[in-house]
Unconditional design. Structure first.
Length: 288
């Protein structure tokens, strides 16, 4: 009897573990997204922001105005924003760059489960140059905060580093390019590795995270980086949440950030959360 009780207890605990901490498939509109629910970075997709992101009219405007033929999703995580891009930009080839081998497996599964075939997964850091053996750090509890330079005690994996220039050379044929960058503070190196393409083409649009605290953790001065972006490109703050029929990228780009606003803007972003941990997204395109 005790043996049977122990067996039933083990089965119950296993069922509870699988329900709350195993892989779970989330239904987000017409997207089926499988995530690891033991990972706080996976559980975050089980929230209203995923529906808000999917319904953002900014994707429709990007499709209407830019009609991307190549999407590069850098820091693809479980592949959610890559799946949105595949749904919203049906003519585009979607290339997802993700340094975590575990997350790359989820991305491949999620794209196949959603019957999307025109995609590529690049298991790599995205940086300023090419390297066949780089170290990437894995946050043990939150995959969304995996970084190139991690905290003490984090596990590291060995992966290549590829630049946007190299990815473009392999994947680009013609047409407009949309790039999403979310690399937990490594963005300066990502832009450095894209200069050749960005400086010689005017058919691209970038959405990038700007997170001063995380930029500093990767050795970047957020003020110097912001000034460099504004000097070279047209830069605007992305709306935190798109409003119905009121946010227009073309209109917002009529008043891009100015170089004399850098310090005030940096302070504004840092104050969006406690302890100067605020962040925002930026949209960036060629000047003119």
């Amino acid at each position: 009897m005790l043996k049977n009780m122990k067996y039933r207890g083990e089965r119950y605990l296993k069922a509870i573990f699988l329900k709350y901490y195993g892989n779970r498939t989330l239904k987000i509109k017409d997207i089926n997204l499988t995530v690891d629910f033991s990972d706080a970075g996976g559980r975050i997709y089980d929230s209203s922001w995923t529906h808000e992101e999917y319904e953002s009219p900014l994707y429709d405007e990007i499709e209407s105005c830019w009609n991307p033929r190549l999407v590069i999703d850098i820091g693809a995580n479980y592949g959610f924003t890559g799946l949105i891009s595949a749904k919203k930009f049906p003519d585009a080839n979607v290339v997802m760059v993700e340094a975590s081998p575990k997350l790359c497996s989820f991305i491949q599964h999620n794209f196949e489960a959603n019957n999307i075939l025109d995609y590529e997964v690049v298991n790599s850091i995205c940086g300023s140059s090419e390297d066949n053996d780089s170290q990437f750090s894995l946050n043990p509890s939150f995959s969304g905060d995996n970084r190139v330079i991690g905290e003490k005690g984090w596990k590291t994996v060995s992966v290549p580093t590829k630049s946007i220039n190299a990815i473009i050379e392999e994947s680009y044929i013609s047409g407009n390019v949309y790039i999403k960058i979310d690399t937990q503070g490594f963005e300066e190196r990502v832009f450095n590795g894209a200069e050749k393409f960005l400086d010689t083409h005017n058919n691209w649009l970038i959405k990038t995270e700007y997170a001063p605290h995380w930029l500093r953790s990767q050795g970047t001065d957020p003020l110097v980086f912001l000034r460099s972006l504004i000097l070279n490109y047209a830069v605007i703050e992305a709306p935190a949440r798109s409003h119905f029929n009121r946010n227009n990228l073309q209109r917002l780009f009529h008043e891009p950030l100015a170089i004399d606003e850098c310090e005030e803007f940096l302070s504004h972003v840092q104050n969006l959360d406690d302890n100067n941990l605020g962040w925002c997204d930026l949209f960036i395109k060629p000047k003119g």
